[in-house]
Design a protein around this ligand. Structure first.
Ligand code: C5P
Length: 412
């Protein structure tokens, strides 16, 4: 069964500032504007100077709910950035260029759009678009990390065809995905307020000696996306992570390295958790003995004897009381069969399964194509999605489970 993304039920009547920065993808912002208006939002477009080199304000004025604004000093009202910032229920920037990200991260407000971003307390959704080299530049990565840490929402970019016949990550997310993400951000509110969520992220490292380890390619992006989104939705989040990746300030971080350390950190906190999302790629095997000193080449090739690590999720499945347990399954073949077996063997509520042999899905990338297998027997096949969007869908399902359970608890 394939389901569409959730409806845009939260957009009608909401005041959305649509910022358009200067990139070739600015022409696609016209479609974002049209869809936002069609979904019932009141849309106020703001174009940077560079955006107007790609598409004229008249186009936006014709489609939006009010004329496009382009200037900090020449708008209908005297202080347009504070007026817009205060009226906004949401600010969406599509496309968000490298310059826009840098200005916002640094707190520079030298034009109407960047000043509005600083003047608003509304949630902000950025849809970046730029060439792959720019998206992957350390300065841009640092700005994205900084903004994520501050609670700014991102949708995309996705991988695909770019201007100049280039190809790679950096393409603006499709307009319908941006509008769905806008609806989701507005819907988020605090629907997980007070829920204690424990998330694990990253691949564990099992030492061979003090400098070498057995590991895997997990980047921790999926687990971090779940933790950050849960915190934004009001949950009390503890993130047990093996990565140095930043997390939202409200997330309590616990740094671990090995499966054993992760097991201790998770089992210690299990009784005080309502939900556990095991997004970490926990090593299944570790060297039986880790050398205390670095193994020397001249001593010959060492023989590695492996042993099983503790299966954390299986242990949680045994001990669970009324917690919600979510597992991930990274597979390279027979996805449904293997994921269904895990769901049953580990007594989980649902499994997020993905085929890591597929391009753009699974380890290290920003997108994922997942199948959700639920203990109620339902199977939901999702399209290729940014991990941030998939995290939201996983949390929606958790919220629905919690709501189903609460009336039963009251009856007991
Ligand atoms: O069996 P497999 O390792 O593929 O199971 C994947 C799920 O089980 C993931 O949610 C992972 O975090 C969890 N897991 C675990 N402890 C292990 C191995 C996997 O909790 N030793």
């Amino acid at each position: 069964m394939t389901t569409a993304l959730p409806a845009r039920a939260t957009l009608p009547g909401r005041f959305v500032v649509l910022g358009v920065a200067g990139g070739i993808a600015a022409y696609k912002a016209v479609e974002v504007c049209r869809q936002l208006v069609e979904s019932g939002a009141h849309v106020a477009p703001v174009l940077t100077d560079a955006a107007q080199r790609f598409v004229g304000p008249l186009t936006f004025s014709a489609l939006a709910s009010e004329p496009a604004r382009v200037d900090l000093f020449d708008a209908p009202e005297p202080i347009p950035h504070t007026t817009l910032g205060r009226r906004a229920d949401l600010v969406v920037v599509a496309p968000a260029t490298a310059t826009l990200l840098a200005k916002y991260a640094a707190g520079i407000g030298d034009d109407l759009l960047s000043a509005t971003l600083l003047a608003t307390r509304a949630p902000v959704l950025l849809a970046p678009a730029m060439h792959t080299e720019m998206w992957e530049h350390p300065a841009v990565r640092a700005n994205v990390d900084e903004l994520t840490e501050r609670g700014v929402h991102f949708v995309g970019p996705t991988a695909g065809a770019l201007a100049g016949r280039d190809e790679g990550p950096g393409r603006l997310a499709d307009p319908d995905l941006i509008v769905d993400a806008a609806g989701r951000v507005l819907a988020e509110g605090h629907d997980l307020a007070g829920v204690r969520v424990l998330v694990t992220a990253g691949g564990t490292r099992e030492p061979i000696d003090p400098v070498r380890f057995v590991g895997n390619r997990s980047s921790g992006k999926m687990g971090h996306a779940v933790a950050d989104a849960a915190a934004r939705r009001g949950a009390q989040v503890t993130l047990v992570t093996t990565t140095a990746r930043p997390a939202a300030p409200a997330v309590a971080r616990v740094a671990v390295e090995t499966a054993e350390e992760m097991a201790d950190a998770v089992l210690d906190r299990f009784a005080d958790s309502d939900v556990v999302v095991m997004a970490a790629a926990v090593a299944d095997f570790r060297p039986k003995v880790a050398a205390t000193d670095k193994l020397k080449k001249h001593d010959g090739v060492p023989e590695l004897v492996l042993e099983a690590t503790p299966d954390i999720l299986a242990a949680l499945g045994q001990r669970r009381r009324d917690q919600i347990l979510v597992g991930f399954a990274a597979e390279t073949n027979e996805l449904h069969e293997h994921a269904a077996a895990k769901l049953a063997a580990k007594h989980l509520d649902f499994v997020v399964a993905n085929d890591v042999s597929e391009p753009d899905a699974g380890f290290e990338v920003d997108t994922n194509r997942a199948v959700l297998l639920d203990s109620d027997g339902s199977i939901e096949e999702l399209p290729l999605l940014p991990k941030t969007v998939l995290a939201g869908l996983v949390l929606d399902r958790i919220r629905d489970r919690l709501t189903e359970r609460r009336p039963q608890e009251r009856d007991q």
